[in-house]
Every structure is written in C-alpha cells, then in structure tokens.
Ligand binder design. Sequence first.
Ligand code: GDP
Ligand code: GDP
Length: 436
Amino acid sequence: MSKPLVAVVGRPNVGKSTFFNKVVGKRVSIVEDTPGVTRDRIYAEAEWSGIHFALIDTGGIEPESKDVILSQMREQAEAAMDTSDVILFMVDGKDGITASDREVAAMLMKTGKKIVLAVNKIDTAKIPDDFYDFYELGLGEPIPVSAANMLNLGDLLDRIIESFPQGAGQEEEDSVKIAMIGKPNVGKSSLINKLLGENRVIVSPIAGTTRDSIDTPFEKDGERYLLIDTAGIRRRSKVSENIEKFSVVRAVAAIERCDVCMLMIDAQDGITEQDKKIAGIAHDAGKGIVIVVNKWDLIDKETNTMNTFRKEIAKELAFMSYAPIVFISVLTGQRVDNVIKMARYVAENRAMRVPTGQLNNLVSDAMMMKQPPSDKGRRLKIYYVTQVGVKPPLFSFKVNSRSLMHFSYARYMENKIREAFGFEGTSIKFVFREKG
Ligand code: GDP
Ligand code: GDP
C-alpha cells in the first residue's frame, strides 16, 4: 500500500518549517526556478508508530500584502488538495484566531480532505483561554502544540495517522515505483496512457492515495509496477496557471517517492536547460534513471543519428553518464516495450549488493594497476571496502587518511566497480572513513 501524504498548510510564521524539521529531522532542497516561490523544503518522509508517511510543505509564502497572502494561501490549498490525503492546518496560538485563518479554513473545508488543526506556539502546559476560539473554525478539535519545544507533537502525529485510510503506510511494496519526468509536451502522458492501455491495471486507485493524485499499479510480464503521481500530468488540460506553478513541487514529490525516474527528452529539441534542471533533481535524489528520448519518428534517420544524440547527452548530462538511453516513439510504438524492461533492470541494479570478498579483490587489483595518490611522502592506503547501503548503492572505504583520497582516484575506483558489477542506471556513493 502506498505512502499517505500529509500537506502542511498555514500562514507565514506560524511555525510550519519548525514543525517540519522537528518531525523529519532533515531538509530537502531543490534549486529554485519558479519566480515568486521561494522554497527550501518540500517533501520529506517520516514515520510515527510504525506508520510511514510523507510530509509535503506547500509553503514558501513571502509575506506582502494581506491580499497576496490570501491568494497564495488559496494556491497552497489547491496544491494540498491536489497532492495530499490529509491536510495539517497550522495556526498561531500566540496571535489567536485571525480573519485569514477563517478564510483558509473555509477553503480547506471545500477540499473534502481530512483536516487536522494544530494550534502552534502553546509553549506552556497552561492552555490560554483564547485557544478555545479555534473551535469556531469548524475543523474539529484543535490540538495545542509547541513545535519549537516539541510539546504535544506525539498527540498531533497520533491524530494525523488516525486520519489515514485503513492500512495505509504500513508496509513497503515490492513493485518498482516509476516516475515520468520531463518538460511539458515531451510525451509523458502519451507514454503513460500507452503503458496503461497495454498492461493490465490491478487496482485503481489504491486506497491511501488521493482522488486527484493516483498512483497507478500495473503488471507486465508477471512483475509489478507503480506509476507515481501521474494523474496530475494526465489532467493537464484542466490545469490552471496556479497549479502549473506547483508542477515543480509535484515533480519533486514524485521523484522523492520513486525508485526509477524516466527522464523524457524530446528528440526534436535535444537537451534543453529545463531538461538539465529536472535531470539534476533526479540525480541529486540518488534515484535510478532511464533517459527516454521520445518522438524518434520525427527524426530524419541518417546513419549516425543515434550516436550523435548519445554524444550530446554524454556532454550535456555528463553527471549522469551511468544512465541508459532508450530511443522511442510513443506514436508508432517503436521500442516502447524497452522502457519498462529498462526500469526493472535499473531498479535491480540500484538494489544490488556486492559481496565484500569480491569487492576487496577488485579494489586491491585496481590499486595495483594504478598507484594510489600520495602527498608529502605519504601514500593513500585503502584497507577495506564494504557496501553499506543500497538504493543507491553506498560503499564505505576504510583509509589511512581521507585527505589523500583525491577526486580523480575516487572516480577511478567508481569506474572499476562499474566495470566489474555494472550498476547501470544508478548513481553510486562513497564514504571514506579513517582507520582508528
Ligand atoms: P513558517 O513560516 O510557518 O514556516 O514558520 P517558522 O517555522 O519559520 O517559524 C516562524 C517563527 O516562529 C520562528 O521564529 C520560530 O522560531 C517561531 N516558532 C516556531 N514554533 C514555535 C513554538 O512552538 N513556539 C514559539 N514561541 N515560537 C515558535
Ligand atoms: P506531456 O506534456 O509530456 O504529458 O506530453 P503529451 O503526452 O501531452 O504529448 C505532447 C504532444 O506530443 C502530443 O500532441 C502528443 O501526441 C505528441 N507526441 C507524444 N509522443 C509522440 C511521439 O512519439 N511522436 C510524435 N510525433 N508525437 C508525439
């Protein structure tokens, strides 16, 4: 069953980011490219009482005039409605109930979503009298919390997980989770429709996801897949300008939740700045990547067209040289089958574990073939390597001195590991620990 999504909504300064950071303990960053929306946190995974869920911060509001805030709140509410199962509405207990709280409450109620009302900045055990005014919002029992002091957050989280559909968030699925990403008009929805049209849909929609943002499961060759957050893309005709602004949020949320990103490129356009930006987000998130060059039917075929395109990708997306490339035409159906096979292959590589013995043999051979770097008479020694993680694969190197491990030597080791074990389609990460 898929992870429930909780959108955190509220006026600026009520304490949303404080709450977010206390609950998830880390920040998720993306490069800002949407004018007027300043964001440094968007999506993070959390767990409470064994239930896994994700928090989406729809914030990023710059306080200007009251009107601007309200219109931005409306956008937040729309985005929250679009992407979440439960809305956490946070208000400021120090300010007391405000007119905009009332307006936002009314907006949220129209979404038909489960809403949990948290009154933040109640920093002492004594509940102030005006706390009870928040009942007037008509959103049920308000929960007093202090995000900064971590007071009563447990009760709040209890309430949030009680609002999830039965069974949601309890277990990880065995299916490969795929996100289609790419700039508008590259053919994402066409590909999704093609894949879903040809493959049996098992259940739709899954309980625990929302009406609007449907994770669609399907089966192919006996294997299970889940297309993530694709509904927003399929509904594109209805999408207003407001919602368009949040397509970045949605893309990031989809990337965070997937195993493999299908990065779609338009064969006619080549690699654009927007492609690079989207690719960078997927790479930084450590996800599996398949580069899908679509609309291949529109390209005049000369002998070396595909090679030329590969070279352009190698140059423009040099940071993801590990990603396999498929050239397809959704229109004619050419090679569309390969897309799913590739996704499965990349997901398996991303979850692969290399036996420690083989790994250490490989590394000592590699050190013999190319001497490790030295500095002021001291030479790098690698004592031991183990793979300590998967998704993405993470390798720990026990060394005599971290400062002797040059970037170029790490790159050399990465190439050797890839030559021996593959790992196609996934980034691999290294940590260096000094012996001691
Ligand atoms: P956001 O704009 O809603 O994300 O709000 P922030 O998390 O940035 O918080 C705004 C301000 O309120 C900051 O100065 C926080 O330190 C403060 N704040 C957050 N939570 C609490 C709380 O529980 N009690 C008090 N007294 N201040 C808080
Ligand atoms: P999205 O915005 O990425 O979801 O893109 P759409 O799936 O809506 O496709 C945008 C346009 O490209 C539509 O007019 C599609 O019919 C067209 N299209 C999609 N795939 C192909 C293809 O393989 N070849 C050609 N010639 N057109 C395509």
